[in-house]
Design a binder for this molecule. Structure first.
Ligand code: GDP
Ligand code: MG
Length: 159
């Protein structure tokens, strides 16, 4: 039941100074930050991270976007964390992401607009989509000794 998920605050989130606002939402839900760092990835690393999307029409602008500035990479831990994090983040297309979600509150771009302009969907966050994806992504982004085990008050009052 207790899972870890990989979350990235993408370059638009960092450059729009939304890092604190975004992290607050995960902390408020009781998710535990067990790893965190700022990284500026290159094209090779992007191809590893987005290995499932390399070759798709939206991959080139997606690579350009994720390599355009540093990201904040985090490992978040909690009950069914993969699903919980995606719920807080919202859906891929900000236009259809409800208010209250990160993508719905801080963006409104549509797929049609992004595809028409041949840009990627700027949606502030990456979050692992499945448990398998989370495992693979955490191994790609974090060394074992960069992930920390500790107790939070939530483990006393929420879990
Ligand atoms: P996510 O798991 O919600 O981030 O979505 P995906 O894994 O399907 O796609 C990865 C990223 O590629 C998304 O977050 C978007 O930035 C971008 N993207 C995905 N699908 C499309 C699309 O159909 N058009 C465009 N322009 N960008 C897309
Ligand atoms: Mg995905």
């Amino acid at each position: 039941m207790i899972q870890k998920s990989l979350v990235l605050i993408k370059p638009d989130g960092v450059q729009r100074a939304l890092v604190g606002e975004i992290i607050k939402r995960f902390e408020n839900a009781g998710l535990k930050i067990t790893g965190m760092k700022m990284v500026w990835i290159d094209a090779d690393f992007s191809k590893k991270h987005y290995s499932a999307h390399v070759g798709k029409s939206f991959y080139p602008p997606t690579e350009q976007y994720i390599t355009s500035g540093p990201v904040i990479a985090m490992v978040l831990e909690g009950i069914e964390a993969v699903h919980t994090v995606r719920k807080i983040v919202g859906s891929t297309e900000p236009k259809n992401s409800p208010p209250g979600t990160i993508r719905g509150d801080f963006a409104h771009m549509s797929m049609a607009y992004a595809d028409g302009k041949k840009i990627t969907i700027k949606n502030l966050i990456h979050a692992s989509g499945t448990i398998e994806e989370a495992k693979k992504e955490i191994e790609l982004w974090f060394k074992k000794d960069e992930i920390h085990g500790y107790k939070t008050v939530h483990e006393v009052h929420v879990l």
